[in-house]
Design a binder for this molecule. Sequence first.
Ligand SMILES: C[S@@+](CC[C@H](N)C(=O)[O-])C[C@H]1O[C@@H](n2cnc3c(N)ncnc32)[C@H](O)[C@@H]1O
Length: 284
Amino acid sequence: MPSSARARSASVRRNRRIWDRQSRAYDRRHAAALGGRNALAWGLFRIPESRAQLLGPVQGRRILELGCGAARWSIALSRRGARAIGLDLSMAQLARARELKRSARSSLPLVRASAEQLPFADESFDLAFSDWGASTFADPRPMIPECARILRTGGRLVLVTGNPWSAVVLDPRSGRFRHRLHRPYFTLHRLDDSPMAPVEYRLPYADWFTLFRQNGFEVERLEEPRPAPRARSSYLDRDGHRFARSWPLETIWSVRKRSPTPRPRSRPRARSAPKEPISGHAAR
Ligand SMILES: C[S@@+](CC[C@H](N)C(=O)[O-])C[C@H]1O[C@@H](n2cnc3c(N)ncnc32)[C@H](O)[C@@H]1O
């Protein structure tokens, strides 16, 4: 195995272990921000989809959520008639999703896998999205080609994740945003600041554009949402809120697959990829 692939699978193992361990605490802390009428909302400041209009019509659409966590998004989309699937790496996160599914009487399929190697047939989804899920914690270099493979031509990918700039000004020792540059911009990729925290990924904007274009995607929207003066986030302390008013902490991508993807020779494929687009591998 090449050393980059070894590092990647070590990151996936570590992220699975850490998300299994922190799932309960994460859910307790953010449940109110993520659930109820916030289930269909994006990012640190929970921008409602009714305002952001990132997904478009969902009725009858085959939709994959990448890194669904407790699957609040996917459960809510299923209720609106989408043929959604929630995918996540962590058993504990999926266990929480099953609890929420039961109380919502939802039949949403849940799949345990890494977004870096998707166990689905080519061209089997109309839309894939991630709200600070695999968009942040999976390596985009294998994930974006996989998204291109499983989306039909004309399908859309929506990613909400950390802003590359914010990674430069994040002090790795304190975990706070500072008015200082803490790491080089051009080499942004894998962020591994503490063995106790999951590995995260950021790319410079030019690298995102190249990656999208190489995989047949056209960028339709790139946004850096600025929170309203009184907006609050369960993910930030007071300094973080102040910071977010002046500097971007988040990035929103909406890209569309314009052409069939050229297949790289060593494209990773699950041998057991189901023949039917939406079935199998369910962790229900
Ligand atoms: C911050 S949570 C976000 C989940 C959901 N959007 C929410 O807000 O509850 C990040 C999720 O990404 C999942 N994740 C991390 N790495 C992943 C990967 N390579 N593939 C799929 N999911 C991954 C984690 O297990 C975790 O459930």
